[in-house]
Design a protein around this ligand. Structure first.
Ligand code: ATP
Length: 460
């Protein structure tokens, strides 16, 4: 199909109808910018996370995994600068009372030709005035001044005594602090030597000013990220190597190279030495998919200062004592899910003139590896036997309702790479047909050969 015609709406509808993603709290009219992953969505998302973990933790002897708490000591967020400085430039339209991010307004207005990344609030206000940038919602220009908006969600907890006094606790807006605070724990328990990395997959929460675009920007999302702790002299080398690894990873997950590009940040955080994103061409245009940052020694220095625990490292070979630098690689699991869906989505016109919707997912990502389809209901006993056999090894779907053609179409739409059909010959000679999703070719195999045949094709 002509992919430039693919809209976010098409993906939202497919996701809802086929059980990938539902609106959060749907029966209550939803809860804006939250999404629930359905039966096939949770499989796809788990497969994405598994692939990431395999590539970056399992296959790398110098990377250690953790699963840190979401609720952290509030001092963590003071040390990280989030309590004081974390903030997006917010502007309200006084006419229609909608809230916007000034940088996004400018970038959208200029159709991406102007980057607001390096602009101060005053420069953004000046640009908006000089270019007469209007509210995208009501078309009026009646803006409040830009104010910083802290997108950390808060909750509270009685931390001392039983009194009524409650202390503010934050829902983490990023996972990486869980790795920084465990630097010494991991180093000591794993006898890790710098350079080494700590990786984590987990939920983050941001009270985004302008969430939206389906899974692209939500208020609760999952991050897959790692922090490489290294010597200052090695940091740029690791930065470059993670740029390459990050790109290779998403290409191996099926994103095509022409839909990916690097984007260096114009403006760096004051502590950062280098930062870039990998952008993907989503149905809404080129947008950040993941970030890679050389963060200098800011993170461990700050935690040393705020916790009073010295995070310096003594190199056992050189006897040099230094504060490790951090190279961070961070990618949103939900955003990657969306990119993979839009890349895999296809509408194909068949020889008989019908159109089929198919997700060309890499087999290791597909929610179900195989669907077991008895040609007729009275073959279900044998079909269930085959299901029981194969489901010990991988996720299988089972469907006996409707015509075989319709059942194939359904499996195509959720990206099932193989369909096994049980027919009357199966009862005679224990063979089945196995249909390939992409080519629609069918071959006949013995039931006993199925597990090996499929296993070989679903490796990552
Ligand atoms: P953006 O500029 O899009 O707000 P960011 O630069 O703030 O992103 P990071 O803090 O570097 O993002 O987070 C790392 C990754 O986490 C992003 O590249 C993205 O994949 C994902 N991510 C960040 N914010 C969200 C969100 N609100 N919804 C979904 N994914 C997100």
């Amino acid at each position: 199909m002509d992919k430039s015609k693919l809209t976010m709406n098409t993906l939202v509808n497919l996701c809802k109808n086929r059980g990938f993603v539902f609106q959060g709290s749907d029966i209550y009219g939803g809860f804006a910018n939250t999404w629930d992953f359905g039966p096939v969505g949770v499989e796809l998302k788990n497969n994405i996370k598994r692939a990431w973990w395999k590539r970056f933790v399992q296959e790398d002897p110098d990377t250690y995994g953790v699963d840190a708490a979401i609720l952290m000591n509030p001092r963590v967020w003071e040390a990280s600068g989030h309590v004081q400085n974390f903030g997006d430039p917010k502007m309200d339209c006084k006419n229609c009372k909608t809230r916007h991010r000034a940088d996004t307004i400018i970038e959208n207005f200029s159709k991406g030709t102007v980057s607001a990344e390096g602009m101060t609030d005053a420069e953004m206000e000046k640009y908006i005035e000089e270019h007469d940038v209007k509210c995208p919602n009501c078309g009026k220009r009646d803006w409040t001044p830009i104010r910083k908006f802290n997108p950390m969600f808060t909750t509270s907890r009685n931390m001392v005594g039983d009194g009524d006094q409650k202390d503010i606790v934050y829902l983490r807006p990023e996972t990486c602090q869980g790795e920084y605070v465990n630097f010494a724990n991991v180093r000591g328990s794993a006898r890790a030597k710098v350079p080494f990395a700590i990786a984590q997959i987990g939920k983050s929460f941001r009270n985004e000013i302008t969430p939206g675009n389906f899974l692209f920007r939500t208020i609760e999302f999952e991050q897959m990220e790692l922090q490489m702790f290294c010597h200052f002299n090695d940091a740029m080398k690791f930065y470059e190597s993670y740029k390459e690894k990050a790109l290779n990873f998403v290409v191996d997950l099926g994103l095509s190279r022409e839909n990916l590009r690097f984007h260096d940040h114009d403006k760096l955080a004051h502590y950062a030495k280098a930062a870039c994103d990998i952008q993907y061409k989503f149905p809404i245009g080129w947008q950040e998919l993941n970030g890679i940052h050389n963060r200098g020694n800011w993170d461990l220095s700050r935690h040393t200062e705020y916790s009073g625990k010295n995070m310096e490292y003594m190199d056992p070979f050189t006897n040099e004592k230094f504060m490790p630098n951090v190279v961070e690689y961070s990618i949103g699991a939900d955003r990657l899910f969306l990119a993979i869906l839009s890349e895999a989505y296809d509408e194909e016109v068949l020889e008989n003139g019908e159109t089929r919707v198919v997700l060309h997912l890499k087999p290791f990502l597909a929610p179900y590896k195989v669907a077991i389809l008895p040609l007729q209901k009275n073959l279900s006993e044998k079909a269930k036997e085959v299901y029981a056999k194969l489901s010990k090894h991988f996720m299988c779907d089972y469907d006996e309702a409707g015509s075989i053609g319709k059942r194939y179409r359904r499996e195509d739409e959720i990206g099932t790479p193989y369909c096994v059909t049980i027919d009357f010959d199966t009862l005679e000679d224990d063979t089945v047909t196995i249909r390939d999703r992409d080519t629609m070719q069918q071959i006949r195999l013995k039931v006993d050969e199925l597990e090996k045949y499929i296993s070989e094709k679903i490796n990552f």
